[in-house]
Design a protein around this ligand. Structure first.
Ligand SMILES: *Cc1c(COP(=O)(O)O)cnc(C)c1O
Ligand SMILES: [Zn+2]
Length: 418
């Protein structure tokens, strides 16, 4: 047995605590509670020091002991360690003292945070002997499974709602994956995939592999804390689809305290949704512990999950950290995408517009105090959702290839500004 194996102990039911072997399963047989990976934190604490981490390559795998694989990672070894940017210009516009952007819009290789979860899920799938991988996706997950499976020599099936953005569809097809468009919402895609997963011996990254897959999101929290100089931020604003990323970022901060890598603090994690698909933020604002499923209708298709699998736990985390949720409509999403681009030079996808738009509201209403410091998680790249902003950014002005025409244009502009 490898050295690393002993960091991971078992799969454990989040409801009743029953333990299961580290196989490709995701629900408790007794109460259908979700299974989660349990670790030997005492052992991790002994070997995982700041110095050890800092000496390793700049990828999410520098925190390998806290990620659920037995041996060395075999898929997505370069994923993660994306930039954390101090966003002073945007901070001034939002009226907050200090603001940081964790920029997963440039994650390797498919430009979204999903490369983190897929790298873990596929490395683990290979350890468990799978040759075919699959997923139910709102777009970015399909892209990442398709690309990472291609580079690992795995066969892949990706299931998506058939009305996704062209950019997201093409970004799966190009890798040679079997792309199946389902005429229905993500929640119907997901239900079908649960049936398929029960019948075929495939590794469905977000069905039977979900306990491993979801852990990959923790790496975003580890990196933020390290990049801030080994401390958790006061406030983190996170987009929510299933709600998994939010719960795992919270877990990531807690684990770093547990293994002695950062001092104890009380980081608050805030959830962002699109108003057209806001089951979690609506419940949070109403002070409820449970969400009501909705039918999605929003340009933020990557977040369009009407029955979020981790919605209940996301609500719990926001309650426990004394944080809040907010949502924004399609126009506010577009405005926020432009604001981020114009102030910080970052082109985010619709989910980024959701996150920044929600952060703006949370700061305006004082739920995030103006004298504090916050981190905004940008999770996907705008080049994949051009449809959402095309026709909303003005047009280039055309002139003949003539210096005189250009000078006339400048004069015109100056007088318009005066
Ligand atoms: C999948 C996704 C999320 C959030 O996903 P969760 O299901 O809540 O973990 C956020 N942003 C983008 C761009 C995504 O693709
Ligand atoms: Zn259970």
């Amino acid at each position: 047995m490898s050295e690393q194996h002993r960091y991971m102990k078992a799969l454990k039911c989040r409801e009743c605590g029953r333990e299961y072997p580290l196989a490709a399963t995701h629900v408790c047989e007794f109460d259908f509670g979700p299974l989660e990976v349990a670790y030997d934190y005492d052992r991790i604490k002994k070997s995982l020091t700041r110095a050890a981490i800092e000496s390793r390559p700049a990828s999410m795998w520098r925190y390998r002991e806290l990620l659920p694989i037995e041996k060395e990672p075999t898929v997505g070894r370069q994923v993660g360690f994306t930039p954390l940017i101090k966003a002073d210009r945007l901070a001034r516009r939002l009226g907050i003292r200090e603001l940081w952007i964790k920029n997963d819009a440039v994650n390797y290789p498919t430009l979204s945070f999903k490369d983190r979860v897929v790298s873990v899920a596929l490395s683990r799938a290979k350890e468990l002997g799978f040759e075919t991988v699959a997923c139910a996706s709102t777009g970015n997950l399909a892209n990442s499974v398709a690309a990472n499976a291609a580079s690992a020599g795995l066969k892949s099936y990706v299931f998506i709602p058939s009305d996704l953005e062209q950019g997201k569809i093409l970004n799966s097809l190009i890798y040679g994956a079997s792309v199946i468009g389902i005429r229905g919402h993500y929640d119907e895609v997901n239900r079908l995939c649960a049936e398929i997963a029960g019948k075929f011996g495939w590794a469905f990254v977000n069905v039977n592999m979900r306990p491993y897959y979801a852990e990959g999101s923790k790496s975003m929290a580890y990196e933020i804390a390290e990049q801030l100089g080994w401390k958790a931020p006061q406030h983190t604003i996170i987009p929510m689809a299933s709600g998994s990323l939010l719960t795992k970022i919270h877990k990531g901060y807690q684990e770093l305290v547990k293994v002695g890598l950062i001092p104890e603090s009380h980081p608050k994690v805030y959830g962002a949704q699109a108003t057209g698909c806001s089951p979690i933020s609506t419940a949070q604002k109403a002070g409820l512990d449970f969400f009501k499923p909705v039918k999605p209708d929003t340009i933020a298709k990557s977040l369009a999950i009407g029955t979020p699998a981790d919605g209940f736990y996301a609500l719990k985390v926001m309650r426990e950290t004394n944080a809040a949720a907010e949502d924004v409509n399609d126009d506010e999403i577009r405005d926020a995408i432009r604001l981020l681009a114009e102030t910080e030079g970052i082109f985010a996808e619709t989910a980024g517009g959701v996150t920044l738009g929600a952060a703006k509201k949370l700061i305006e209403c004082g739920k995030i105090p103006k004298e504090d410091s916050a981190v905004i998680c940008i999770t996907g790249n705008g080049l994949k959702t051009l449809d959402a902003v095309s026709g909303h950014c003005g047009k280039p002005r055309e002139i003949k290839p003539s210096l005189r025409e250009f000078e006339a244009l400048l004069t015109q502009e100056e007088s318009a500004r005066a």
